[in-house]
Design a protein. Structure first.
Length: 120
């Protein structure tokens, strides 16, 4: 997603930083009807393996729950270089699903979804 896409009213954009600088970013898109899309989650190479990605994902999930979302979907790459990301999402309960929103079938994409339980 380009910068223009991150400026929409339906997007919440977050950065994760340390004293040394930017570690990563992530965004949520409100798709309506209690559905959110995890957009553009990325951690800089130097911060991979430090827990920054896990921290961003936890923040995005907490934000989606606080906003009353019932489900969150995402699209990520299907190639081996995206395997760590897919494993992270699976560890949080995301499961593969079909294309959603404006996406269509794509051999380079993996679509995943997590149903969000209401907070107690």
């Amino acid at each position: 997603m380009g910068v223009e896409g991150l400026l929409g009213r339906d997007i919440k954009f977050f950065l994760i930083r340390s004293d040394d600088g930017l570690l990563g970013m992530g965004a949520l898109k409100d798709m309506g009807g209690g559905q959110a899309e995890l957009k553009s989650m990325h951690v800089v190479a130097e911060a991979r393996g430090t827990g920054a990605g896990r921290a961003m994902l936890e923040h995005l999930l907490a934000t989606a729950r606080a906003d009353g979302m019932r489900a969150i979907s995402l699209e990520t790459g299907s190639t081996d270089d995206f395997l760590p990301a897919r494993r992270l999402y699976e560890a949080y309960g995301f499961a593969e699903c079909g294309p959603f929103g404006d996406y269509g079938p794509d051999p380079w994409s993996v679509f995943m979804r997590l149903d969000l339980a209401p907070t107690a």
